[in-house]
Ligand binder design. Structure first.
Ligand SMILES: O=C(O)c1ccccc1N[C@@H]1O[C@H](COP(=O)(O)O)[C@@H](O)[C@H]1O
Length: 207
């Protein structure tokens, strides 16, 4: 099970994240309306952590610019990006593309199949007007009918107490390959509580 810690921005906090948690992925938010918005590449420390850029209905040009400027390994599309948009982007980059699906109540699986050739994974998050970072969970039972082989990440309001439920879900849905941790692990926006992350990681991975 992989771990992504999202919404990172502060230098010392990022260094502590790498040292103490060493997650598989670190998320940087490039949505200007977010309290976790990152705008200065030079303020981020050098680490070995793989960076995922989070974008909401951003232009292709701007995404590709950020990929270079921030050394992104993956692009998380967290808005209403169409299959055609994702296809066009995939033709211009070899970076991973993660398509976020914002969940209200049910999921129309058929409408998602067009993304499959162009993405590395889906990421399921709770639908909210702010697009993400709501700290709200959706009803995970909608994922029980997940029909694809492609892996996905689970997101939306995961907190310290979620590890056991995640493990139980992964028993029934092996395509669940990772979790995305964000606002419930913060002391303030973009400042993660390393002790809370440590305790979650220990429960999830036993280390
Ligand atoms: O965190 C944000 O501010 C944000 C803003 C706009 C789009 C995505 C955002 N974050 C993503 O939201 C999910 C869930 O976060 P939470 O656990 O509910 O706080 C996560 O995938 C972040 O990448």
């Amino acid at each position: 099970m992989q771990i992504k810690v999202c919404g990172m921005r502060e230098r010392e906090n990022i260094l502590a994240l790498e040292r103490e948690i060493a997650p598989d992925w670190m998320g940087l938010i490039f949505y200007p309306n977010s309290a976790r918005f990152v705008s200065k590449a030079e303020s981020l420390p050098e680490t070995k952590l793989r960076r995922v850029g989070v974008f909401v209905n951003e232009s292709e040009e701007e995404i590709l610019k950020k990929v270079e400027e921030y050394g992104l390994s993956a692009i998380q599309l967290h808005g209403k990006e169409s299959v055609d948009f994702v296809k066009g982007l995939a033709q211009k980059t070899d970076k991973e593309i993660w398509k976020v699906i914002s969940v209200k109540d049910r999921i129309d699986w058929e409408s998602l199949s067009g993304y499959l050739p162009f993405i590395s994974k889906f990421l399921f998050d709770t639908a909210t007007v702010a697009h993400g970072g709501s700290g709200k969970k959706f009803d995970w039972s909608v994922l029980e009918s997940y029909p694809f082989d492609k892996g996905f990440f689970l997101s939306g309001g995961l907190d310290e107490s979620s590890a056991d439920e995640v493990l139980a879900l992964a028993e029934t849905i092996p395509q669940l390959e990772g979790v995305d941790l964000n606002s419930k692990f913060e002391d303030e926006p973009a400042l993660k509580n390393i002790e809370k992350l440590k305790s979650f990681k220990k429960r999830l991975l036993g280390q």
